[in-house]
Design a binder for this molecule. Structure first.
Ligand SMILES: NC(=O)NCCC[C@H](N)C(=O)O
Length: 258
């Protein structure tokens, strides 16, 4: 049976020192961030996900954004080489966690860089953002890792936001959603739906037609509810101050057979 396991990683006490690239730095309340993280994990669990905590990386301020360190395709875990040097130490603990779960492990190697936030899977199509964190060598290595497994890898330019998935994610039916001003080339996505808020572009698929979204996108939540989705919201304001979104706080392992 397909698994419903999700990797998560407890925020570092140094979270407030996390990287900020495209927005103004705002003071992060680390205590509140801890509570928001617990509520996020509880929402995954409430929808049938077994959450697996990766060993905390307290010295790495951005380690809570676990999605950036590994990309899953079928049972292969591709350990990334994050574009920001300060994040490279995050991958060791994640590698250990996925190996323990029985994944086949592969790696992005120097000179490649790739952040998991730049990878959006829609069925067997794997969109990869070529932007500030993922370079051309990273795209080539991703292609070499996943195309033999049946993936169609499509590279897309990303210049207006941190990661591809800061700009677009996909609904359960494969429709790609995004906030137009933040997308370099919306026409690259067949079946595209524009949403009214930047953070409305981020959905985590919880199963069936249920979507997890940030509380900061009420108009998009209304739009998606009106299209027949069940929307669950969580307040992630402290992670948003560091350019984080609902997607980057977990890695869903949907195709593990245990
Ligand atoms: N996949 C994601 O959206 N990751 C967010 C990473 C935020 C972190 N402050 C960073 O700049 O790397």
């Amino acid at each position: 049976m397909p698994s419903k396991k999700a990797l998560v990683r407890r925020p570092s006490p140094r979270l407030a020192d996390g990287l900020v690239t495209h927005i103004e730095r705002e003071k992060v309340d680390v205590g509140l961030a801890g509570e928001q993280w617990e509520a996020y994990v509880a929402a995954l669990r409430a929808h049938g996900w077994e959450t697996i905590e990766v060993e905390p990386a307290d010295d790495c301020p951005d380690s809570v954004f676990v999605e950036d360190t590994v990309v899953m395709y079928k049972n292969v875990a591709l350990i990334t080489r994050p574009g920001a040097e300060s994040r490279r130490a995050e991958t060791a603990g994640v590698e250990e966690a996925v190996a323990r779960l029985g994944c086949s492990v592969n790696w992005i190697w120097e000179p490649g860089t790739l952040d998991g936030g730049d990878v959006l899977k829609v069925g067997d199509t794997v969109y990869v953002g070529r932007g500030g964190r993922t370079n051309a060598a990273g795209v080539q290595q991703l292609r070499a890792a996943f195309e033999p497994l049946g993936a169609r890898v499509v590279a897309v330019p990303v210049s207006r936001v941190l990661h591809l998935k800061s700009a677009v994610t996909a609904l359960p039916d494969g429709t790609v959603i995004g906030h137009i001003p933040k997308i370099d080339r919306p026409s690259l996505f067949p079946g595209f739906l524009s949403v009214p808020e930047e953070s409305g572009a981020h959905v985590v698929l919880l199963g069936g037609s249920t979507l997890l979204m940030a509380a900061s996108a009420p108009r998009t939540a209304e739009l998606l509810t009106d299209l027949g989705h069940e929307v669950v919201t969580v307040d992630i304001s402290e992670f948003e101050k560091l350019e984080g979104c609902v997607t980057c706080l977990s890695v869903r392992l949907r195709e593990l057979y245990a």
